[in-house]
Design a protein around this ligand. Structure first.
Ligand code: ZN
Length: 290
């Protein structure tokens, strides 16, 4: 099965379909040295060109262990272009080669100046109007983690690995209502629906649900509706995060979250059952995706 082959090398189906449709110029991924020969054959069998390059340093940072990056494209020129963009630490050009909207790439480059920025919260703060589910990148960890985050992901891979298929855009949008990202998400949705309708329905179902969000690894997804700073819910989706189990158990038995400036209240039939302090200022927000 094609999907299984792609998975084996860490290529998501969404990116593959966009590449084949001529919308995404290049797919970029890191690849183990021992897999290279097999991977080259796999790409060639799919009529794709692949260029694998060794990096001893990246974005002016020396690497302890060299990394091998594969640039996959229908065109050799485009694959090489993506490599040179990365080699020259030109993030804006690389973003363009990966098919990401310019507005989002520019914003991403600005955001890199702040190492501890939470991209989800920053996107929410920058959003005017509705948060589009096409722009929900909760499950996509690419490009958003600092070294501390990388370590947490590494230690909990078995939890987060299984959700990484839930996305319709691969990049971090400039905000949750970015028109260019929504357009790209819609195209991805259509392509994926033709190939894997059941999975596509599931992705839509999950991405459209409201989230009580704390950080990249701590969140709860609800089957419920949001009204201002309140979230009225029937149940919690069985999608695990690192949110503390004892608190989650209480929240499961309740039916409303009220999010204030410094506190979050959990209520059952209007009666407060649990209150949580917002430990890091804005951390602990309701994000309502539609
Ligand atoms: Zn954008």
């Amino acid at each position: 099965m094609l999907n299984e082959g792609l998975k084996k090398y860490g290529i998501d189906y969404q990116s593959y379909l966009l590449l084949k449709a001529g919308i995404k110029p290049v797919i970029r991924l890191t690849i183990g040295e021992n897999l290279q020969k097999h991977f080259e054959k796999f790409c060639n069998d799919l009529n794709l060109f692949v260029s694998i390059k060794r990096f001893n340093e990246i974005y002016n940072q020396e690497l302890k262990v060299p990394v091998f990056i594969a640039y996959i494209s229908t065109s050799e020129i485009l694959a090489e272009k993506a490599y040179y963009a990365e080699y020259n630490a030109n993030r804006k050009e690389l973003g363009r080669m990966l098919g990401y909207p310019k507005c989002c790439v520019d914003e991403y480059v600005n955001r890199l100046l702040n190492k501890n920025l939470d991209y989800m919260v920053d996107c929410l703060l920058k959003t005017e109007g509705l948060n589009s589910f096409y722009c929900n990148f909760l499950f996509n960890f690419d490009s958003k983690l600092n070294s501390e985050g990388e370590q947490i992901l590494k230690n909990n891979r078995e939890i987060f690995e299984r959700y990484k298929i839930y996305f319709l855009i691969k990049h971090i949008p400039c905000n949750f209502n970015c028109k260019n990202s929504i357009k790209l998400g819609e195209i991805t949705f259509k392509l994926l629906k033709d190939e894997l309708p059941e999975l596509t329905r599931k992705i839509e179902f999950v991405l459209k649900k409201p989230i009580l969000y704390f950080d990249y690894f701590n969140w709860i997804i609800f089957d419920g509706i949001v009204d201002g700073n309140e979230l009225l819910y029937k149940q919690i989706l069985p999608i695990k995060s690192l949110f503390p189990a004892d608190k989650l158990k209480i929240i499961k038995k309740c039916n409303m979250i009220r999010c204030l400036d410094n506190k979050i209240f959990v209520l059952k039939n209007e009666r407060v059952v649990l209150n949580m302090n917002k430990e890091y200022g804005s951390r602990g927000v309701i994000i309502n995706f539609v």
